[in-house]
Design a protein around this ligand. Structure first.
Ligand code: ARG
Length: 252
């Protein structure tokens, strides 16, 4: 009996060690590439029943999946608040950030950005009967932005008062419910929201909002991964994959 107990204890210890090894970053982790995102940004990232990576779907998620495939690793998604993404990257909690993130000089001080893969701009979403026709018309209106998005910096730079929400969907609800007059957000996401909600329209102002480019962010120390990502993105741009993905997810 004693002997059997000893054997059992040994077996349990072995199993525990193996499990711990895997969980603490043993072999298994080497085959994973972790992408941080904020899955509140259709058509780039959103939660769906059957996503391209688990429950995550969208243009960025398809790009992340392909990057994983091409470097021979399984792409995993860590979904978090948009504001936490660059910190998570610097902490090593994720290997890269793919989140429709605009390449801007302030962020580029903290992390490295890949080659750009998508061009966007800020637009205004208003009710169909709104009189807002250009950015300066927002001056005396109730403006809503999303916290930490470039849209927030744009409105801040214009010197207008605004309220910031954590999610685009919450901002749109404010507008739909008549609690604000305008939401400033990236163009493709705006198009999604206007398509999904009755009575809204998009107002553009090319003079007020310059174009922005999205890039994948990588830790400054990880130049090898940055090069790999740049090669894959360049290929995906040149062979039309990114255009196809944009068209596919924008139509949905
Ligand atoms: N392009 C904007 C920015 O970089 C918004 C990005 C929001 N992305 C997201 N996954 N929630 O600030």
């Amino acid at each position: 009996m004693k002997k059997m107990m000893k054997k059992l204890a040994l077996a349990v210890a072995c199993v525990t060690t193996v499990a711990m090894f895997a969980a603490c970053g043993g072999k298994e982790e080497e085959n994973v590439i972790k992408f941080g995102t904020n899955a509140e940004f259709p058509p780039f990232e959103f939660v769906a029943a059957n996503g391209v990576i688990g429950e995550y779907d969208g243009i960025d998620m398809a790009i992340a999946k392909q990057i994983g495939d091409e470097i021979g690793k399984t792409a995993q998604i860590e979904n978090m608040e948009f504001d936490s993404l660059l910190l998570a990257l610097q902490n090593g909690q994720v290997d890269a950030v793919i989140a429709g993130m605009t390449i801007d000089p302030e962020r580029a001080e903290e992390v490295n950005f890949s080659v750009p893969y998508y061009t966007a701009k800020q637009v205004m979403i208003v009710k169909e009967d709104s009189t807002i026709a250009k950015a300066t018309d927002m001056a005396d209106k109730k403006i809503v932005v999303i916290q930490g998005y470039t849209g927030e910096s744009c409105v801040k730079d214009m010197g207008y008062a605004y309220e910031a929400f954590k999610k685009g969907s919450e901002a749109i609800m404010e507008l739909v419910n008549g609690k604000c007059d305008v939401v400033v957000i990236d163009s493709a996401t705006a198009q999604k929201y206007v398509g999904d909600n009755e009575g809204l329209k998009i107002v553009e102002d090319a003079e007020a909002f310059s174009s922005e480019e999205y890039g994948i962010a990588v830790n400054k120390k990880n130049t090898e991964l940055l090069e790999q990502i740049n090669d894959i993105l360049t290929k995906m741009k040149n062979d039309g994959t990114i255009n196809e993905l944009s068209a596919k997810y924008s139509e949905q």
